[in-house]
Design a binder for this molecule. Structure first.
Ligand code: F6R
Length: 241
């Protein structure tokens, strides 16, 4: 595990974007595993800058998002598809046909999950970007007595619904279910970049990365990944010094 703490948000964003950009330079057809939420926004902004300056192209790349709310169409402003279009896809040269986000409106959720897993298997994720939930979730793999390997429809925990209410008009509007890549899908990525920001996540980051490996903290499984890089700001990573 490579644990890195950055003095400024700008440094962290540059490092995260730099890692993705160098992968694309070396392997233009890279399959990127992407995340939403507030954590990756600065990294996406930096990638857009790199793209505009001609330093990186997504023209041959493909992307696979971790998750999507069940019941939201891609045009819903709080959907993860809409988030990705707004923060990255519409601002770089990626072919929209090569961007994949689970279909939250799928009539048959199980079929959609199987379809997504087959695509992931075919693509082979080169780099998976992850944020960390306050309860230790990754994707929407919430703490539980057991975890699910493949892509599945998950019930969101109260803490996650509360944390995500900021993207909706009210907490009642937050969908209770999401389609998420499972822990095996995440762990199969050749490289994982976990990004953690803010003092409120310091304790769970420390627990996930140095505590026992347990399904009660899904991010702790990342300790088993052979190629994990963790980017933290000083507030989240104070314990790592
Ligand atoms: C997002 C995702 C979630 C978030 C996590 C942290 O696609 O899968 O696991 O990464 O909830 O969210 P933020 O970054 O908003 O603190």
């Amino acid at each position: 595990m490579n644990l890195l703490t950055f003095r400024t948000e700008e440094d962290l964003n540059r490092a995260g974007a730099g890692l993705i950009a160098s992968l694309l330079q070396i392997k233009p057809k890279a399959a990127l595993g992407l995340a939403t939420g507030s954590t990756p926004i600065g990294i996406y902004e930096e990638l857009v800058k790199l793209h505009r300056s001609g330093s990186v192209s997504f023209a041959k790349a493909s992307s696979y998002n971790l998750d999507e709310y069940v019941g939201l169409s891609g045009s819903h402003p709080a959907s993860y598809r809409c988030f990705m279009n707004t923060h990255l896809f519409d601002l770089v040269d990626i072919d929209p046909a090569n961007t994949h986000v689970p279909n939250g409106l799928a009539v048959d959720l199980e079929q959609e999950c199987d379809y997504y897993d087959a695509m992931l298997e075919d693509a082979g994720i080169d780099l998976q970007l992850l944020g960390l939930g306050h309860n230790g979730h990754i994707g929407f793999n919430e703490p539980d007595d057991s975890l699910i390997a493949g892509t599945h429809a998950a019930m969101l925990q109260r803490q996650t619904i509360e944390a995500n209410a900021r993207f909706f008009d009210s907490e009642q509007d937050v969908p209770k279910q999401a389609i998420t890549m499972g822990v095996a899908g995440i762990m199969k990525a050749r490289q994982i970049m976990l990004v953690v920001r803010g003092a409120s996540k310091a304790k769970i980051a420390q627990q996930a990365l140095t505590g026992p490996i347990t399904t009660q903290c899904p991010a702790s499984l990342l300790q088993l990944h052979p190629n994990l890089v963790v980017l933290m700001d000083e507030a989240a990573g104070a314990w790592a010094k």
